[in-house]
Design a protein around this ligand. Structure first.
Ligand code: F6R
Length: 606
């Protein structure tokens, strides 16, 4: 993770670096730092904590330089303290880094033998000293490439040099990096989102690229020290806003936007007049697909599990699901008749990207479902299906989950239609149901708005919580548990309801909150039986079912009744109360909702 920024300008760069770091804070928020060139010397200011803590330091001791780099950290090596915060500087070089240097211990030993004294526990400081060392004997670009060749692992770097005091240098391998072109200044950043307020003209670096920015030009070099040309892209105007507005935090805004997210998504893909789904230039003939493999991490992985149920119901295609961090290291038998689908909000998740890369090397067809269309995963896959959710800033994924579910469902429906595995009237009926979904999400949001804060109080004294469901409600139970644990730091488990008797039932004790997902589907009666087993053992049941389910059990502590829709779309509505529940438990516990501890939004390390 970590966010990096660099600016070469003809005016003080501190204000823009600070603004950009605030935008990059979703990538890491345990420490922040800046380095500028002040009267020909490198000047570094850094601290544990947030960008606002760094701002306070800069108020007392301003940085005025025209050339600078900045960093927000998500700790990998060494605790978040002042010494481990980036930049890491010698007298000659200052470095900010996103990624992990896997051979840092060996490199450190060699550098110590040469007399370099390390101050931090980070893996980054080896880059500072390697550069310092190579610069004694080599010109700039050669010294940089020699340094990069010595590194194993992943990195995006921003570098300042005392000797070359009008440039910022960037380099990447495995971690994302972009440059932006401005009037009288140029920029380096972890993503285009950080650069968007300053410029719309950008270039993405590829692995092995090095860039050298001055205030009026950007040069690119390859790993053989040869100058190269790169494509300049113009970013589209974003109709979505990344401001909090009147909301207390981004997460409450993003949850409440989910009816709009679904509306945009449906509008993009569904042609209501023709009662059809628009998917053009699909990379593989749906009729020829032998197997679909759905891959993601965390919440995105939960959308893959949910989609498996849809694909299996609507098509005869064999479906596999995989966590990207496992897929990338397993001995996979690739098949050209398979379609490999990668799901990622950020489009930058290192494990998902690595899994995609392996597929590309094996020359199989890939499709990505992403929110950030300029992301590395979107750019690398054969076919992209954007979810159109707009910027998601809260670290916990909410509206992107709804978008991912919808696009996956739409994809399953379309493939089923092309393969003639669904009857036309059923296909058209399901398309019609999609049109009604945004209003049903809105209705569910309104309904849950008042009652979830009351239910949340029950979780305050709990040791943990369980979420259970059958069939397609099972992945939603997993997602409910993930949201609760990451936001409120309460231990939470998601389980298939039928699995409880095989072990997890031992966890049920007097007062343990158990959220039962029991929509009026084919599993309803069985899930209700599982609910009774929980009640019999003292569990405090929160039942989420459909309107008019007419479950009367005096031992159910709370019942939430969500609107009735077709069974396929029920999981999207079931998600809403779970998100709100996690939100309100976290709020009652005074947790930092948008920036949960130990996490970051864009997971660009393994
Ligand atoms: C949980 C959450 C994470 C992400 C995961 C993948 O709320 O946000 O589990 O879903 O890190 O991120 P993306 O979707 O960006 O690949």
């Amino acid at each position: 993770m970590c966010g990096i920024i660099g600016i070469a300008s003809n005016k003080s760069v501190t204000p823009n670096i600070i603004q950009s770091l605030k935008k990059l804070e979703y990538r890491g928020y345990d420490s922040a730092g800046i380095a500028t060139i002040e009267s020909g010397n490198l000047d570094e200011k850094k601290c544990p904590g947030r960008v606002e803590d760094l701002e306070k330091i800069l108020l007392k001791r301003p940085s005025q330089g025209f050339i600078g780099i900045g960093h927000v950290r998500w700790a990998t090596h060494g605790i978040p303290n002042q010494v481990n915060a980036h930049p890491h500087s010698s007298d000659e070089v200052s470095v900010v880094h996103n990624g992990i240097i896997e051979n840092s211990n060996e490199l450190k030993k060699d550098l110590e033998k040469k007399g370099y004294k390390f101050k931090s526990q980070t893996d980054t400081e080896v880059i500072t000293f390697l550069l310092t060392d190579f610069l004694k004997d080599f010109d700039l670009v050669i010294a940089i490439n020699k340094t990069l060749k010595a590194l194993n692992g992943s990195f995006a770097l921003g570098i300042l040099f005392k000797k070359y005091n009008d440039i910022v240098v960037g380099a990447r391998r495995g971690s994302p990096l972009a440059v932006g072109y401005g009037p009288n200044e140029n920029y380096l950043g972890s993503d285009s989102y950080a650069l968007k307020s300053m410029t719309k003209k950008i270039t993405y670096l590829d692995d092995g690229d090095v860039c050298v920015l001055t205030n009026n030009k950007i040069d690119f070099y390859n790993s053989k020290n040869k100058k190269i040309n790169k494509e300049v892209l113009i970013l589209s105007d974003d109709k979505h806003t990344a401001e909090k507005g009147d909301y207390k935090d981004f997460m409450s805004k993003e949850i409440s936007e989910q009816n709009i997210t679904s509306k945009n998504c449906v509008k993009e893909y569904v042609d209501h007049l023709r009662k059809d789904i628009n998917l053009y230039n699909f990379p593989i003939k749906p009729k020829d697909i032998q197997k679909i493999i759905l891959i993601g991490c965390g919440t995105a992985y939960h959308s893959c599990i949910t989609a498996k149920y849809w694909f299996e119901e609507l098509t005869n295609i064999q479906i596999d699901i995989d966590v990207a961090s496992e897929f990338r290291y397993r001995k996979i038998k690739f098949n050209k008749k398979n379609l490999y689908v990668f799901v990622s909000q950020s489009g930058e998740t290192a494990d998902t990207f690595a899994a995609l890369d392996i597929c590309k090397k094996n020359k199989v067809k890939t499709c990505s479902i992403v929110n950030v269309v300029e992301s590395s995963i979107a750019r690398s896959s054969d076919f992209v299906l954007p979810i159109h959710a707009g910027p998601e800033i809260g670290v916990a994924s909410t509206k992107a989950f709804i978008g991912q579910l919808l696009v996956l469902y739409i994809l399953a429906l379309k493939i089923s239609d092309i393969r003639k595995e669904i009857l036309k009237p059923d296909y058209e009926k399901k398309i019609n149901d999609l049109k009604k979904l945004p209003d049903l999400i809105k209705k569910t949001l309104n309904y849950c708005h008042n009652n979830t804060p009351i239910i949340a109080k029950d979780f305050l004294k709990a040791k943990g919580a369980m979420f259970i469901g059958r069939g397609i409600s099972f992945p939603i139970a997993l997602e409910g548990a993930l949201k609760l644990k990451e936001l409120s730091y309460l231990h939470a488990e998601g389980y298939p309801a039928g699995e409880m008797k095989h072990g997890p039932l031992a966890l049920i004790e007097e007062g343990l909150p158990v959220v039962i997902l029991a929509p009026r589907d084919r599993y309803f009666e069985k899930t209700i039986s599982n609910m009774q087993e929980v009640i019999a053992r003292g569990g405090k049941v929160i039942l989420i079912t459909n309107e008019n389910s007419k479950i009367i059990s005096e031992n159910v502590r709370f019942t939430l009744e969500i609107p009735i829709t077709n069974e396929n779309l029920t999981p999207l509505l079931m998600t809403v109360p779970l998100q709100l529940l996690a939100y309100h438990v976290a709020a009652l516990k005074n947790c930092d909702i948008d920036k949960p501890r130990n996490l970051a939004k864009s997971v660009t390390v393994e």
